[in-house]
Structure formats: structure tokens, C-alpha cells
Design a protein around this ligand. Structure first.
Ligand code: DAH
Length: 335
């Protein structure tokens, strides 16, 4: 019996295999269901005990020999059965990886633009007290922004509310840091408004604050122009329109020139070609004083912009609500 196996080993060793077909023939002959090896394994039972060990070793040697001869060949030349195991044309298993939300990527882009000119990033709480959201920002007691209609107050304690703007973070930074201050504060804000294509009770803002000795309106204008050109393109033009905010004096609204060539431009810019992107102004001396910064020594500017607004313009998104519905078909477009 052992002699028979040894002969098989010699034969297999000598077998000339030059094609994939040869390899397959050899495999079937030895390893196939009715092949030589299964037969030999079956006869293992009837081998006398004292021969079992060497019989087993010889069998394994034969098996390995056949395998190495046929597998090596498959790897190099590829047989039909190898292709069955490894079909390179089969579509891969797709990973459903997520992608960054358009609001996040726009926010990151804006933050990066300001970081490049030395602004740090600061954050504050979404649940805010009256002082940081209103009083320290020079909102008079009877100011309509404090009205129940606009603000989500905490039940039973009107001193606490969901912040209505990220300007509250300005106050927190001024309380904790000494000038020079250069910071931007991205975050989520809340207003008690009816939800529509253009308004939502939740949205996102980025606040900017720069305080130092001798900071002027011209510094503000140049900083905003720099931002507009980095974000909207080197040819971007801006204009400032006088406006009013309790915490800045003078105050302005900033428009960027969008163009007026097609219907979409008309709709987005309400027929003017200009698009409002933020509010800004010189920090009111009263606001500096509230945070123990000497307005005789320091001056500064602040600005605040809505991220949704900017993202809607960039991607021509007609309805604000898309940002919050988490519809996978909408989000996938930003992958
Ligand atoms: N907080 C204002 C708003 O939510 C935006 C704003 C305007 C922020 C002027 C500022 C600023 O810092 O100077 O409408």
C-alpha cells in the first residue's frame, strides 16, 4: 500500500503541467470526489495499526504534492474553477459611507478663511442667559427682539433662553480675554418663527469679533472684502448699506455682487444683482464697557452671518428646510 502511494508521489512530481487544463486534470484525478486520494483515505481503516503512522504520513505527502502542483498553476494561469472563486469583474461590496453635511462644509470653509488671518475659534452655550444674549449687547429692556414671538424662553425662568444669535459668544469672549481679540464663533441659533422656505426656528451663524487699539471701520471693510473674495472668488465686490444693531455703531449690512444674468440671479437677488450676506459694525462703546474693556483705549468691529443663506446661494438650494430634513437623496448630492 505504502509502495503504491510512493509511486503516486513520484508520478505527481514528474507530471508535466503546462496549461491550466493540465492542472485541472491532475486535480480531478487525485482530489476529485472519486479520485485517488479519497479512495486511499477510505482504505486507511483497513491498514494494520503498526503501519497507520507511516501510511498517514505518505498520504499527507501525496495530498500536499497534488495541491501545491495544482494550486501554483491555478494562481499563475487561472483555471475555470479558480475564476469561479475569484471573479474580478464582479461588482465590489459597496460601503455606504456618509458625507459631510453642506452646512458643515460651508462653515469649515468660512472658518478656514478667517483662521488664515489670525482669527481663533470660540464657542458658547446654546442655552443662554439674558445678560449674554441681550443686556450686555445693549438691547434695551423693551426691545422687540426680546419678545416672546422671537425668542424661545425657558419656561418659568425668563432669564434663560435659547440664544437668538451667536453675538452672545462675543460677550463671553470679551469677559474672558483681554484685547487684542480676534475670534470667530460658529454655532446654532434659535428663533421662534414660522417655518418656511426662507425661515426656520433653527439655523446657524458665524460671528466675528476684532478688538484692539486703533481698529477702524476701514479695517472692517477690508477684512470683509478679503472674506468675500476668498469665498466667492477674486473678483467679488461688496457694498455696505447703513443699518442698525443695538450692539454696533455705526452698523451696516454687507452685500456681495452676485450678478444679474438669468432668472435665478433675479430671484436670489430680488432683482438687484446684490446679495445680503451679513450684518456688521463698530462695537458700541457701551458693549465694550459692559465687558470691562476701556472704550477710550480700544475699539473693534463685529460681524455676523447666516450659514444657511450662504450655503443656499452657493449650491442654489431653493428651500431652507432641505438642510434639516436629512433626506439622504439631498445629502448625497454633496458627497
Ligand atoms: N446678531 C445679528 C443677527 O443675528 C447679526 C450681527 C449683526 C452680528 C451685526 C454682529 C454685528 O456681530 O456686528 O441678526
Amino acid at each position: 500500500m505504502i509502495q503504491e502511494i510512493k509511486e503516486h508521489i513520484l508520478n505527481v512530481e514528474k507530471a508535466a503541467i503546462s496549461t491550466a487544463e493540465d492542472a485541472e486534470q491532475l486535480r480531478i484525478k487525485y482530489l476529485g470526489k472519486k479520485g485517488i486520494l479519497p479512495q486511499l483515505f477510505k482504505s486507511f481503516k483497513s491498514v494494520p495499526v503498526e503501519e497507520k503512522k507511516s501510511f498517514g504520513q505518505a498520504l499527507n505527502e501525496l495530498k500536499q504534492m497534488v495541491e501545491s502542483k495544482t494550486i501554483k498553476n491555478k494562481a499563475v494561469k487561472g483555471t475555470n474553477s479558480a475564476q469561479e472563486q475569484l471573479d474580478l469583474t464582479r461588482p465590489g461590496v459597496t460601503n455606504n459611507s456618509g458625507n459631510i453635511h453642506p452646512l458643515s462644509s460651508v462653515k469649515e470653509e468660512i472658518v478656514d478663511i478667517f483662521k488664515r488671518i489670525g482669527f481663533s475659534v470660540s464657542e458658547g452655550p446654546e442655552l443662554e442667559d439674558d445678560w449674554h444674549n441681550f443686556s450686555a449687547l445693549n438691547f434695551p429692556e423693551e426691545h422687540p427682539a426680546r419678545d416672546m414671538q422671537d425668542t424661545f424662553f425657558v419656561e418659568k425662568d425668563p432669564d434663560w433662553a435659547l440664544r437668538t444669535h451667536t453675538s452672545s459668544v462675543q460677550v463671553r469672549v470679551m469677559e474672558n480675554e483681554k484685547p487684542p481679540i480676534r475670534t470667530i464663533s460658529p454655532g446654532r441659533v434659535f428663533r421662534n418663527e414660522a417655518i418656511s422656505a426662507r425661515a426656520h426656528c433653527i439655523f446657524h451663524q458665524i460671528e466675528g469679533l476684532y478688538i484692539d487699539e486703533g481698529v477702524s471701520f476701514a479695517d472692517m471693510k477690508q477684512t470683509i472684502l478679503y472674506f468675500a473674495q476668498e469665498f466667492f472668488g477674486k473678483d467679488a465686490k461688496i457694498r455696505l448699506r447703513p443699518s442698525y444693531f443695538p450692539f454696533t455703531e455705526p452698523s451696516a449690512e454687507v452685500d456681495v455682487y452676485w450678478g444679474l444674468e438669468n432668472e435665478v440671479d433675479y430671484r436670489i437677488t430680488k432683482g438687484t444683482g446684490w446679495l445680503e450676506i451679513m450684518g456688521c459694525g463698530m462695537v458700541d462703546p457701551e458693549v465694550l464697557r459692559s465687558s470691562n474693556i476701556d472704550p477710550e483705549k480700544y475699539s473693534g468691529f463685529a460681524f455676523g452671518m447666516g450659514i444657511e443663506r450662504i450655503a443656499m446661494n452657493r449650491y442654489q438650494i431653493p428651500d431652507l428646510r432641505y438642510f434639516f430634513e436629512n433626506d439622504i437623496r439631498f445629502l448625497r448630492q454633496f458627497a
